[in-house]
Design a protein around this ligand. Structure first.
Ligand SMILES: Nc1ncnc2c1ncn2[C@@H]1O[C@H](COP(=O)(O)OP(=O)(O)OP(=O)(O)O)[C@@H](O)[C@H]1O
Length: 237
């Protein structure tokens, strides 16, 4: 089985509190599209933070990109993080950079020249409906506009794994569908997608996507599909 993510008996606690994630055992297939749902406080953001290596589990093992990273030295984590695109719930845009420069950042970090960055960034800003806001700085953008910049930044470098925390929470239904098309297009190019959302319309309009549901820190997996996902390849749906 080709898994991009494997959780084995994973638990997470903050400080000395009770575990907020418990006994997580699941695999995500390379090239899959997953929605993560569950009530507020169920642990969705915490689980995503484990996925994009912002936290380490307090118990169990996590394999990502076929490497066991549970106890990997901190110095090697940035090289893995660069393979992951993240849409944070609170956007985390760089305030003093324009929308254009925020979106360009991952490409510049990977060594692209200004000439190579220009076209893709303009195209991506146009796709998320912000062609005319390229030079605006985040504090002058609305919440929905900031969210779209954050999404553009996360997908621009076609990461192997995209992790998005409520990525359509601040946009209207039409824009939410448009952003979902962007995720689906990225998925067809091979990116594995994990989206935490409460928005059922996103889930029902994405055929082939799988649903993960967290309840009080544990994963419901009644069909067993998360432990034994079917083989998926890019473009298979
Ligand atoms: N930094 C932290 N320190 C201590 N407890 C935390 C921290 N972050 C989250 N928690 C607790 O962990 C539990 C899970 O929170 P988490 O934010 O992961 O849930 P969620 O499902 O994403 O919720 P929501 O849908 O409201 O965003 C909650 O009980 C929360 O209070």
């Amino acid at each position: 089985m080709s898994a991009i993510v494997e959780f084995d008996s994973v638990g997470l606690r903050y400080g000395t509190g009770a575990e907020v994630l418990r006994d997580l055992d699941f695999r995500l297939a390379k090239g899959g599209f997953y929605f993560l749902t569950g009530p507020s406080g169920a642990g969705k953001t915490s689980l995503l933070q484990l996925l994009y290596l912002a936290r380490r589990p307090t118990r169990g093992r996590i394999r990502l990109f076929e490497e066991d990273l549970s106890e990997a030295p901190r110095e090697i984590l940035p090289s893995f993080r660069r393979r992951i695109g993240v849409v944070f719930q609170d956007f985390r845009l760089i305030r003093h950079l324009s929308a254009f420069d925020n979106v360009a950042l991952p490409l510049r970090i990977s060594g692209r020249t200004d000439a190579e960055v220009e076209g893709p960034v303009r195209e991506m800003l146009a796709w998320v409906g912000l062609a005319d806001r390229a030079s605006a700085r985040p504090p002058t953008l609305s919440g929905g506009e900031q969210q779209r910049v954050a999404i553009a930044r996360a997908v621009i470098s076609q990461p192997e794994l995209l992790v998005a925390d409520e990525p359509t929470g601040n946009v209207d239904a039409e824009m939410a569908q448009r952003l979902l098309h962007l995720f689906s297009a990225l998925n067809r190019l091979g990116t594995t997608i994990v989206v935490a959302t409460h928005d059922l319309s996103l889930i029902t309009s994405t055929p082939g996507a799988q649903l993960m549901r967290l309840e009080k820190g544990t994963m419901a997996d009644p069909t067993g599909l998360l432990r034994h996902p079917p083989q998926l390849t890019a473009g298979s749906r």
